[in-house]
Ligand binder design. Structure first.
Ligand SMILES: O=C(O)CCC(=O)C(=O)O
Length: 215
């Protein structure tokens, strides 16, 4: 390896923070997109994208439909759908800037993601409850890649044994910043629940993209 290659490898590895705990494995890069790239993508999304409406804004919990406390839309390859919480979301065609983002992430890990779910949190009242992305159509060995834009929000991971009140395990908390990328690696999603809790102090819009590989 030449000195230049060593320096580049080192630069690359210092951009990434590894977070590990029992059966949890995350890779976080705070500035995956630089400020102008992140802001341009946010502006594009805010000015061009329409979020889903009607029945598709509801999820089924214990047999009852509830409105989701945020906005959603999905993009992906032709014909790909994603089924969760009693809802089937069909991918709309990739907008060019989202396709560019997908390519940038895909080249980071050599994974050809075929679907992205976009969540829009209007302010700190919008949130996402504790859940695992454990749907059977997801290839669980392939990490979910999560890009955040706009308002920084706290991402909280809770071990399944804590949810079941079996034992104490410390929660893991991460601030997800504008332009950041988080990889949730196997087996995190099998053992840990994640959420974006309400945050009073958060007043601005946040967008989150979770790139997935649907079988
Ligand atoms: O908004 C986030 O960072 C979390 C999104 C999420 O948990 C999901 O799409 O399953």
């Amino acid at each position: 390896m030449t000195l230049y290659e060593k320096l580049m490898k080192n630069k690359q590895s210092t951009r990434w923070k590894k977070v590990v705990a029992e059966n949890l494995d995350l890779d976080y890069c705070e500035k995956f997109l630089n400020l102008s790239e992140a802001t341009a993508l946010m502006d594009y999304m805010e000015n061009n994208v329409q979020y889903l409406d009607g029945r598709l804004t509801q999820v089924k919990v214990f047999g009852v439909y509830h409105p989701i406390p945020r906005q959603q839309v999905a993009f992906g390859d032709v014909g790909v759908t994603y089924k969760f919480s009693g809802t089937v979301i069909a991918a709309q065609p990739w907008p060019q800037p989202v396709l560019e983002l997908k390519k940038k992430i895909s080249s980071e890990r050599g994974i050809n993601y075929n679907f992205v779910l976009v969540n829009r949190y209007r302010n700190g009242d919008d949130h996402m409850g504790e859940h695992r992305d454990d749907e059977p159509e997801l290839d669980k060995m392939i990490p979910i890649a999560s890009v955040s834009l706009g308002q920084t929000r706290k991402f909280v991971l809770k071990h399944g044994d804590v949810k079941k009140k079996l034992r104490k395990v410390e929660n893991i908390k991460l601030d997800l910043h504008h332009g950041s990328l988080l990889f949730m690696n196997w087996p995190t999603n099998e053992y840990w629940y994640h959420s974006i809790p309400k945050e009073k102090a958060a007043t601005k819009v946040r967008l989150n993209f979770t790139f997935r590989k649907i079988k």
